[in-house]
Ligand binder design. Structure first.
Ligand code: PEP
Ligand code: MN
Length: 338
């Protein structure tokens, strides 16, 4: 249920709404907009409660039920676009934010080379996995804490913020000491213990779409982060599993405008995991920008042939530099910039 306050409602009136909800055993989340405040009333039995319980209170303009499983990620709760700030970089505004780097941190030289290259071409966030969720237990699992140390060194040397994945709720406090953005991988989109822990950390987070999950399930997972008071949430479309086997996954390009219409959260696209092949990454990256994505997450490796993970889908630094030039032109044509 959402309670929309009138323009200029006093803090006491907003508080009365919150107190009534609490007296009924419900939780609240406030969206304090520039214009008016919206109070989301959250609980498992709000459907059984009369809207009059809130409509009658002073300062209330309208009470409505959100007929969707997700509440806090919805435009009904927050009509204006959410912006996420990473070291002064705005995500969700006019700028297309490019995050790039290797799939996994493999060693000092590799991550430093990658950071130098992607920074030079205009990426504003460095990616690098140190806890890798691998399909096989026998594959390289990442350098864990040692990898975080290397990432921190590259971050310091090049003054570039970093994004890295966290796979275990117990590692959230460790990883958030090093990372500017935590990444929730596709396989963990519905790991609710992990989402709750990241929600509590209040650290900016990129929530990848589960490759077998609908947009509704994805946004409902985002509610786990938002419900803990973490509103620094960025969604990432990375392709879904379909019958098509000529590519690694099928990029659901239409999820970008769908998200934009039903949610206020920024959405970026990962063309690397979607396609699985370096030759397909540029076309898909350009399509994503044209379709309204707020950013890209791209795998770039100084030497893809030697990569321990995902070499086939990684761009070389020179391919990445070329792609950035092409993306700038696409961004301009949709009134954005990189
Ligand atoms: C990754 O970005 O390193 C990754 C493993 O991606 P995904 O979770 O989308 O498969
Ligand atoms: Mn990868």
């Amino acid at each position: 249920m959402i309670v929309e306050m009138i323009k200029g409602a006093s803090p006491e009136e907003v508080d009365d709404v919150a107190q009534r909800a609490k007296s009924l055993g419900l939780n609240v989340q406030l969206n304090i907009g520039t214009d008016k405040t919206v109070v989301a009333i959250l609980g498992s039995n709000t459907g059984q409660l009369s809207t009059d319980l809130f409509a009658i209170l002073p300062g209330v303009e309208r009470v409505a039920r959100i007929m969707k499983p997700y509440k806090l990620a919805s435009r009904e709760f927050k009509a204006e676009d959410s912006l996420v700030y990473i070291n002064g970089i705005e995500i969700g505004g006019k700028r297309i934010v490019v995050m790039a780097g290797p799939c996994a941190v493999e060693g000092e030289e590799q991550i430093v080379e990658a950071a130098r290259a992607v920074r030079k071409s205009g990426a504003c966030v460095l990616r690098g996995g140190t806890f890798k969720p691998r399909t096989s237990p026998f594959s390289f699992q990442g350098l864990a804490k040692d990898g975080l140390e290397l990432l921190a060194r590259a971050r310091q040397q090049f003054g570039i913020p970093v994004i890295t994945e966290v796979v275990d709720p117990h590692d959230v406090s460790l990883v958030s000491k090093y990372a500017d953005i935590l990444q929730v991988g596709s396989r963990n989109m519905q790991n609710f213990a992990l989402l709750t822990s990241i929600g509590r950390s209040k650290c900016p987070v990129v929530l990848k779409r589960g490759f077998s999950c609908t947009v509704t399930e994805w946004l409902t997972a985002a509610d786990y982060l938002l419900a803990e008071g973490n509103n620094q949430v960025i969604l990432c479309e990375r392709g879904i599993r379909t019958f098509e086997d000529s590519i690694r996954f099928s990029l659901d390009i239409s999820s970008i405008p769908v998200i934009k219409s039903v949610s206020h959260l920024p959405v970026i696209v990962d063309p690397s995991h979607a396609t699985g092949h370096y030759s397909l990454v540029p076309a898909v990256a350009k399509a994503a920008v044209a379709a309204g994505a707020d950013g890209l997450l791209i795998e770039v490796h100084p030497n893809p042939k030697e990569a321990l993970v995902d070499g086939l889908q990684s761009l070389t630094p020179s391919d990445f530099a070329r792609l950035m030039g092409e993306l700038r032109a696409i961004a301009k044509s949709v009134d954005r910039y990189i």
